[in-house]
Ligand binder design. Sequence first.
Ligand code: FIX
Ligand code: ZN
Length: 405
Amino acid sequence: MVTSTESQLLRRATELRAQVELIVNSTAVADVHTHLFPPAFNEMCLSGIDELLTYHYLTAEMFRSAKISFDQFWQLSKTEQADLVWKTLFVDNTPTSEATRGVISVLEVFGLDTRAVNLKEARAFFGGRNLSEHIDQVFDIARVSGVVMTNDPLDEAEGPIWTSGVELDHRFKSSLRLDRLLNDWERAADTLTELRKFLDRWIERMRPVYMGVSLPAEFKFPSQDVRDKLLREVVLPAAKGHGLAVTLMVGVRRRVNPNLREAGDGVAKADVTAVERICAAYPDVKFLATFLSRENQHELCVAARKFNNLMPFGCWWFLNNPSIVSEITRQRLELLGTSFIPQHSDARVLEQLIYKWKHARKEIADALCDTYEQLLLSGRAVTADEISRDVSRLFSGNCRDWLGL
Ligand code: FIX
Ligand code: ZN
């Protein structure tokens, strides 16, 4: 028999779930790491069904089922590639993976046929949109207040756009990507003084909200290599001097299968103590960190408990799957309270904001509900104001504190 206290608790738990879902779904989020660009960046601004379907998460999956060689596929035009991905993953197979389900979520939001036999309707729809109105609508549907781009001054297409004095849409913030400098140092013949001047010039020009780098699983700090020297003598002093946060994305293994091009990178467990040591050595610099390996997530939480200049963020790339987002978010709530940034989209194609945030919100809401329910069972009910405060902190407050957004 259910006692009246139990039934009261049950009712409160049901109300709580509805309240949390409403707040999580309606709170605007600041997206701290994407590869999106506004239209001023010309062909770098990606949108529409062909771009969605040729996303590298999907091409990698397509090669597992379609009978086509790498060379044959890369010789196809973008529309032909998209046709093949659609046929292989959506018509001949059921779209069960997170990346395929993402496309379904996008089609569904725009009222397009999720079982279409070809891409005629979807192409006509996206092709008929006014880009600037479409961007407004996508940001609105995804409830994203702003996105941080990934900006590489040494990129042949991007560099000249910055030097010509581009005007930025206020929703697109920049971040200065340091991969070429820190991972390709054999090619950087410049002296340390010249490199520092180069960074100062680009910080002035781009006004980035952080400097970021992706690092291999073998990343060590301290170390005897050139990257260590560049970090200590160029990047970290520049971060300190300009009051800029540094974003470390650790655990990628680039070009595990180069035939897959952009889709050819892999993952390996990295050493979280390297990040701990950087945080200890540079207490005045704020660090954001994300690790690509699932095995590193618990250690990252523990590191963040030791260093309050370390902000764990996101469930990166191969971790951005509901079961793993759920696990990581719960772990972070248990170890860090609300002092972390639960997700970033890593979107490359505009409409991905819709599905990446829709799917992430679901896992974050579920994790929060269970947390509040346990709190209730322990003797404290959360109020709606407290839920809103927590969600705002997770979705934008921590980001604002760290990056001054
Ligand atoms: O290094 C990165 O920023 C990665 O996110 C990308 O390189 C990767 O290709 C990606 O898009 C993952 O989502
Ligand atoms: Zn990325």
